[in-house]
Design a protein around this ligand. Sequence first.
Ligand code: BV8
Ligand code: ZN
Length: 239
Amino acid sequence: MFDSIQEKIRGAGKIVFVTGAGISQESGIPTFRGKDGFWGKYDPMQLATIDAFYENPKLVWEWYEERRKNILMAQPNAGHTAIARLGRYKDVIVLTQNIDGLHQKAGSKNVLELHGSIIRIKCTHCSFSDDMEAGFDVLPPKCRCGHMLRPDVVWFGEALPQDIWREAIMHAQSCDVMVIVGTSLVVSPANSLPLYAKQNGAVLVEVNPEKTVMSSEMDLSVRQTSASALPKMVELFES
Ligand code: BV8
Ligand code: ZN
């Protein structure tokens, strides 16, 4: 299995990784769905939405503060660092649905955050936005202009940042290999990226211990965790 993947990667010019919560699971950040998912405690459709925020900003902020604390302590795992190392030998683009910044922490250079960042905070009214790692003692926190601050993430029902989404599609349409790691491919429009890649004739490789709704579209499926599979895919450049 790995030698055919290594063949594809060796021959590839441009490799695009589409990653989801599963790649950060081994860094101690729970996934959204699946056995250790934390959506159980909270219903994302309830909390990760604009309506919930304006209905109950304090509750939504309590959820994000809890996640921010966990994420800011988390370290990249062997899956993140393998992708960062591959970037030294190949043209690697990371299209991530994750908001935890772990790909950048691992050293990946070309990362597009399709769903924003939990570390970046922006104002609901003026143009203020900045990375803020400290916790807030008053929730919801206020901007200097007096309006509420919010995490700079894309909530359900919100459009993805147009420029980032357009660039993500361009990369999916121009890659030789797309590696889809740790995502259930349930959330749209991110889940359409493998279709763009397939249309352009790219080889689709899935890395996920479980089957997904798009496993039948994949050319190769590795039923392993990302921390064990990704280093094996990169070692051919390092042996
Ligand atoms: C949009 C940021 C239009 C926030 C996130 C019905 C009602 C309402 C909306 C909809 C609806 N039907 C469809 C929609 C659209 C909606 C959507 O797709 N909903 C889903 C739930 C059906 N999408 C949107 O609303 C998007 N916007 O459509 O806008 C529009 C257009 C123009 C103008 C206005 C509007 C916005 C979607 C973005 C939502 N924000 N996150 C936050 O995080 O707080 S989504 C959230 O889910 C995260 O980003 C997460 O990454 C993402 C996807 O989940 P996954 O990453 O796939 O994680 P999951 O747990 O599902 O899967 C983990 C996988 O890893 C599993 O397969 C597991 O097997 C595997 N795994 C586990 N361990 C490991 C592993 N793999 C490898 N190694 C391991 N160790
Ligand atoms: Zn402001």
